[in-house]
Design a protein around this ligand. Structure first.
Ligand code: PNW
Length: 454
């Protein structure tokens, strides 16, 4: 065929296409303009905690280069940018004194986005807890941190809700609670007991609920409030009613401490029974706060677990990934495109949220610059094509999937892996901080332009 075939749009015009990042991973400027230290500054500066002892001191320097990055977004054609607010940049000790220069930065960023027709979507907490709260209270081990988070959310609403309408309270509960305080592989790198782990989880979901209420109470214009959760997605090993039912049951239980509690305003009996004497202690009214109604639910989905039905209790079984299961360039990132469809479908069927967004999806690849200065990441294009096809299936089935945010706009500080893992659709040279759009950037631009998977 000599002529270019017109592609039929599948995603509606109103579909939100975006990219996501997080403060500590991209901003840099760690000691600039009065920013206080966070637990990730402390952790990354402790030898041996992060690969190659990399830190977020400079990262992508988005703090100084945000105009260039907004241009990249504009050329890409996205209509929304998901970024996070560094709590210790705006409140250096986590509570009390505010830092005007910190608020100014997020105002400048929001204004630049809006001037280019891009909606700012702000996450209040993407793991960079102010160090002072860790030092003074033991961080998330204390209920005081949840309360401080509610107060901080009220401050965010007061300072930024005139220009930012979309808010995520918290990003990914399990990563900063379990991985930070129980496994100790993320900041603050502690290894607490099972009871403390469960209490920390409780403080995290409580903080989310307090923030939902504070944002609504203090916002100048009615905000849209949700969260971004990397739920444990269960896909049926085979798409039969039997296995689908088993996967749904598994999903509700595996997410019991976090998303299930948030959506149901209750802890499952099975979760409490399994934890026994280590179950979290709740104050009166906590669960009602945790279950505060949301405007939308954001799902960070990269991979999934296969589940099959069995004819003994509990009726389902998780199938471990065989050694030969294909993976992207990270040990946990199994290639499982149907996770987007099943994540959306299961959450819809279980809890009927008003709206759903994929708030993160993407992969790490071993990207290399060619001699001519290109990055031809065909593996990431393959990943995105398959995952987006799966998102498209959810839209075609009529599930309320309203948008998709790709992780990430730029290569950035990948937590304990430092800069060794690249998740961007734009390549960052960490010596010069030059940005080079990859092949996957061009691919995503075409998907956005045509409203269909190509
Ligand atoms: C998410 N896991 O983290 C985060 O929200 C991002 O900040 C991060 O850069 C991105 O995904 C890529 O990793 C995750 O072990 C970290 O399954 C670990 C896991 C999942 C998500």
């Amino acid at each position: 065929m000599s002529q270019r075939r017109a592609v039929k749009s599948v995603f509606p015009k109103s579909f939100t296409w975006g990219c996501a990042t997080a403060s500590y991973q991209v901003e840099g400027a760690a000691r600039t303009d009065g920013r206080g230290p966070s637990i990730w500054d402390t952790f990354s500066h402790r030898p041996g905690c992060v690969d190659m002892d990399h830190t977020g001191d400079v990262a992508d320097d988005q703090y100084h280069r945000f105009r260039e990055d907004v241009r990249l977004m504009k050329d890409l054609g996205i209509s929304a940018y998901r970024f996070s607010i560094s709590w210790s940049r705006v409140m250096p000790r986590g509570r009390g004194r505010s830092n005007p220069k910190g608020w100014d930065y997020y105002r400048r960023l929001a204004d630049e986005l809006l001037s280019q027709g891009i909606q700012p979507w702000a996450t209040l907490f993407h793991w960079d807890l102010p160090q002072a709260l860790e030092t003074d209270f033991g961080g998330w081990a204390s209920r005081s941190t949840a309360e401080a988070f509610g107060d901080y959310a009220a401050e965010v609403a007061r300072h930024l809700s005139d220009r930012i309408r979309h808010f995520f309270t918290i990003n990914e509960f399990s990563c900063f609670t379990d991985m930070g305080y129980f496994q100790g592989i993320f900041a603050p790198g502690r290894r607490v007991s099972l009871q403390e782990r469960n209490q920390i989880r409780h403080h995290a979901v409580l903080a989310h609920g307090l923030a939902v209420q504070a944002l609504r109470a203090q916002a100048k214009v009615k905000p849209t409030v949700g969260l971004a959760e990397n739920l444990n997605v269960c896909v049926p090993a085979i798409e039969t009613p039997e296995h689908i039912g088993a996967a749904r049951k598994a999903m509700r239980l595996f997410n019991a401490p976090f998303l299930t509690a948030v959506m149901e305003g209750a802890y499952l009996e099975d979760y409490l029974k399994a934890e026994g004497g280590n179950a979290p202690v709740c104050a009166e009214g906590d669960l009602k706060i945790i279950g505060s109604a949301l405007d939308f639910v954001g799902l960070n989905i990269y991979t999934a677990n296969n589940v099959q039905a069995i004819d003994r209790e509990p009726g389902f079984e998780l199938i471990p990934h065989p050694e030969s299961f294909p993976k992207m360039d990270t040990h946990w990132l199994f290639f499982c495109p149907q996770s987007l469809y099943w994540g959306v479908r299961m959450v819809s069927d279980l809890w009927k949220p008003r709206a759903l967004y994929i708030t993160e999806n993407g992969c790490a690849s071993k990207d290399k610059l060619t001699a001519t200065g290109e990055v031809l990441d065909t593996d990431r294009v393959m990943y995105l094509r398959n995952y987006l096809t799966s998102a498209q299936r959810a839209v075609l089935d009529g599930y309320p999937l309203k948008g998709y945010f790709l992780w990430s706009l730029l290569d950035n500080f990948e937590w304990a892996s430092g800069y060794t893992k690249r998740f961007g659709i734009t390549y960052v040279n960490y010596s010069t901080l030059a940005r080079t759009p990859k092949l996957s950037y061009a691919y995503y631009r075409e998907v956005i332009r045509s409203g269909a998977v190509l």
